[in-house]
Design a protein around this ligand. Structure first.
Ligand code: UT7
Length: 326
């Protein structure tokens, strides 16, 4: 049976670190509140000149190096982002240009924090159908440029970064076992960026109303996230006839430590089998899972034959899982 497997990963985070203590000087918040409610201690912030494709480029270069491939070997580039360089062209096309990956087709996916798993799901289908052989999937975000730094309910949460994975076909009994992607557009208002699109084109008025910044109803989103993710992971394991005890590692989207703990509890999974890095990066939306996956791979936390489960939840609303036999 033809499957796709991840042959290499890479990640990149900007150098500048913004700590909770720095935020205390910017808005009415405290390190204690942020740590207790989210688990976040610091996040990375891109510099003024960096755009999403620059972060994607660094992560992709690292993945290509790890795979011992040249950019011309890539058939398809998928970039998951909601903070692309510009509305047109896609960030994937800009990344293609930077990499010199001339033969590749390239497009973006907008599924917010679930974007990387959506990307894996699309890539997996292309590989299993025999359409493409080598696919680069990237999650890259610069949320700091869409964050309202005067809104304490959102500005403490987000960070910038990028992660990449390269997929290839395999006949072995390993690779991506299943992906599940879901959406519920009726709850779009919980998390959105209302300005700058065709609904509210940029004007003095949209800027005055701060519509060009991300809005989130955090508490409502939190409740839907916990319930939805619990069902998602239980269904994913059941459909694949796996017991939670057979999972070596859970790699969740890094939005909130309490959401991650609730998911782990539901599976009775000890926290040492769960990747948590939001204390260092905050919520990097589509980049959080590929960054965490890269760190897990580089620190020997995933080994050949291990079952690992990726899961995410985000704006749209969207949610998704990927079960992988490494
Ligand atoms: O990544 C994609 C999806 N996103 C998520 O999954 C995020 C989901 N949501 C969350 O992670 C949490 O809801 C937050 C971390 C955003 C907020 O935590 P919460 O426990 O839901 O707090 P809350 O929004 O109910 O606010 C509690 C209190 C409020 O004050 P009052 O009304 O109780 O007096 C807020 O005004 O905390 C206040 N508050 C803050 N206080 C200090 C809100 N933000 C802050 C802040 N510092 N930064």
């Amino acid at each position: 049976m033809l499957r796709s497997k991840i042959i290499a990963t890479g990640s990149y985070a900007p150098e500048r670190i913004l700590r909770n203590q720095d935020l205390e000087k910017m808005v009415d918040t405290s390190d204690e509140w942020i740590t207790e409610r989210t688990g976040i201690k610091e996040r990375r912030i891109a510099d003024e000149k960096q755009a999403a494709s620059d972060l994607a480029y660094e992560a992709s270069k690292a993945a290509l190096k790890g795979a011992n491939l040249k950019s011309k070997d890539i058939d398809l580039i998928i970039v998951a982002t909601v903070t692309g360089d510009m509305p047109v062209p896609s960030t994937a096309c800009l990344l293609q240009d930077k990499l010199g990956a001339r033969k590749a087709a390239a497009f973006d996916i907008n599924a917010a924090c679930s974007g990387f798993i959506y990307g894996l799901s699309v890539a997996d289908s292309f590989i299993r159908s025999g359409t493409y052989k080598r696919i680069l999937v990237v999650g890259a975000e610069i949320l700091s440029k869409f964050t309202d730094w005067e809104d304490r309910s959102t500005c403490v949460l987000f960070g910038d970064g990028a992660g990449a994975a390269i997929l290839e076909p395999t006949e072995e009994d390993r690779g991506i076992i299943s992906t599940k992607i879901h959406s519920d557009g009726s709850l779009w208002e919980l998390l959105n960026l209302p300005g700058g699109g065709s609904r509210n084109p940029v004007s003095k008025d949209t800027i005055k109303k701060r519509l060009h910044y991300l809005k989130m109803k955090g508490n409502e989103t939190f409740k839907v996230a916990v319930r939805t993710l619990e069902n998602l992971i239980v269904d994913t394991l059941k459909e694949n006839k796996l017991k939670p005890s057979q999972l070596s590692l859970l790699i969740p989207h890094q939005a909130n430590l309490r959401i991650i703990q609730a998911t782990a509890n539901r599976l009775d999974l000890p926290m040492d089998r769960v990747i948590v890095n939001l204390d260092r990066y905050g919520n990097t939306s589509a980049a959080s899972i590929p960054i965490a996956l890269d760190e897990a791979a580089k620190t020997g936390r995933v080994r050949d034959g291990n079952y690992i489960l990726l899961e995410a939840f985000g704006g749209g609303l969207t949610w998704a899982s990927a079960l992988i036999k490494w």
